[in-house]
Design a protein around this ligand. Structure first.
Ligand code: 5GP
Ligand code: ZN
Length: 112
C-alpha cells in the first residue's frame, strides 16, 4: 500500500531501526514509547487490521515471536503486555496490522 507508513517501514523506504526480523514480521521500536521497552511487531504483508490476517500463517508465528522477545529482553519473569488495537473503539491509529510489546514497568488494569 503506497500511502501506508508501516508498508514503507517494511519495504525499508523509511529507516525505522529494525531490531529483529522473522518470517512474517519485522520488529521495530515504537517512535512514541509508553514504557521502557515498547516494540511493534509489524506484519510484512499489509493487512488493515487483525481481522484480515491469514490466521494459519501469521497466527502460527505470533506467539513464538512474542516468546522470543520476552527472552531477548529478559522480561519472562517480570512480565510484559501485548496489545493489538483494532478499529476505532480499539484505538487503532495505523491501519496496518501490528502488535504492541510493552515491558519494563507495571501496567494497570483496566486500560484507559
Ligand atoms: P496503534 O494506535 O495503531 O495501535 O499504534 C500505532 C503505533 O505506531 C503508535 O504507538 C505510534 O507511536 C507508532 N508509530 C506511528 N508511526 C510510527 C513511525 O513512523 N515509526 C515508529 N517507529 N512508530 C510509529
Ligand atoms: Zn501497510
Amino acid at each position: 500500500m503506497e500511502d501506508c507508513i508501516f508498508c514503507k517501514i517494511v519495504n525499508k523506504k523509511i529507516n525505522a531501526g529494525v531490531v529483529k526480523e522473522t518470517g512474517n514480521f519485522i520488529i521495530i521500536k515504537d517512535i512514541n514509547p509508553v514504557s521502557p521497552v515498547h516494540l511493534l511487531l509489524i506484519s510484512k504483508k499489509h493487512y488493515d487490521s487483525l481481522l484480515n490476517i491469514d490466521s494459519r500463517v501469521d497466527g502460527n508465528e505470533i506467539f513464538g515471536v512474542i516468546k522470543d522477545l520476552a527472552n531477548d529482553y529478559n522480561v519472562k519473569d517480570s512480565g510484559f503486555r501485548i496489545v493489538i488495537n483494532t478499529g476505532e473503539d480499539g484505538g487503532q491509529t495505523v491501519s496496518h496490522m501490528h502488535i504492541h510489546f510493552m515491558a519494563g514497568r507495571g501496567f494497570g488494569w483496566p486500560p484507559g
